[in-house]
Write a new protein. Structure first.
Length: 279
């Protein structure tokens, strides 16, 4: 039995399967922890999700990432869009006028629904998530709102981090980062904070494994491999395993870490990148 950790697959199903084949992953006895962001950017969101969904709680465990949170918010918005259309039709409104919403004698829940929809549009969140193309990709594959709600329910029930011990080594596994004191780390920190070299120490006497910030970016000098850092002040070790598989960098690939002996496995370099941004 071996215990593995991977993060930020981002729809790179081909590279994911390549890695599992490379380590000869045995679903009967091996365990895989996934640190969020299995969706968006890459072309295989549905394939990765289905693989994880069918094995979750058996040989696979997963914590939520920021992209799963964004997805859940967007599906809620799509539901709100349908509800808003029905409300507008009922009240014979051709368009959503915020002054009408605020001044009319609407029921509390109705007004709340309209305000949620209006604010989501106004803040640009809808356009922001649309750029990943995930919803369009799923709909092109024939997936309807029922399927999107199935994905959302799965994501919403995921934990924010794991704490486990393997061969007397104590680990924290999280999407973005976690530090001391753990109980004071917000969910936002665990999903969105950026952990750069020479940043904030991890949990004392523990090994913190995370993703979210690709090591192919400038702040990691584009190393494109797993980045390990030890903090002498509290005897903590941090390990960034996001090697930017979906990003358009020379060394973009997936990384997988075996906790039993801390051996790292890599997929082949991804020559079909999908995103060009610099962190």
């Amino acid at each position: 039995m071996s215990t593995y950790v991977i993060s930020d697959i981002h729809g790179c199903y081909r590279e994911f399967m390549q890695l599992l084949h490379r380590i000869k992953f045995d679903e009967r006895k091996d365990i895989l922890y996934i640190l969020g962001d299995i969706i968006d950017r890459g072309p295989g969101t549905e394939e990765v999700f289905e693989w994880v969904y069918k094995r979750y709680g058996k040989c696979v465990h997963m914590c939520i990432g920021n992209h799963e949170e964004l997805f859940c918010d967007f599906v809620h918005f799509r539901e709100s869009e349908l509800a808003t259309q029905k409300i507008m039709k009922k009240y014979k409104q051709s368009q959503l006028d915020i002054s009408w919403v605020l001044t009319s004698d609407l029921e509390g829940e109705v007004k709340e629904e309209l305000l949620y929809y209006y604010n989501y549009i106004e803040t640009g969140k809808a356009d922001s998530y649309d750029k990943y193309g995930t919803i369009a990709q799923l709909e092109e594959n024939g997936k309807n709102m029922k399927y999107l709600k199935k994905m959302r329910k799965f994501f919403e029930e995921l934990p924010y981090y794991f704490e486990l011990t393997v061969d007397d080594v104590e680990f924290y596994l999280v999407h973005a980062y976690i530090s001391e004191p753990v109980e004071e780390c917000s969910k936002e920190d665990m999903l969105w904070s950026r952990a750069y070299p020479d940043g904030k120490p991890g949990v004392p006497d523990k090994v913190v494994i995370f993703g979210h910030t690709p090591t192919t970016g400038a702040r990691y000098n584009g190393i494109g491999g797993v980045a390990v850092q030890k903090f002498e002040e509290n005897n903590s070790i941090t390990v960034n395993i996001d090697c930017g598989c979906c990003w358009r960098f020379e060394k973009s690939k997936l990384a997988l870490l075996r906790l039993d002996d801390l051996k790292v496995f890599y997929s082949n370099i991804n020559k079909n990148k999908f995103v060009m941004e610099v962190l």
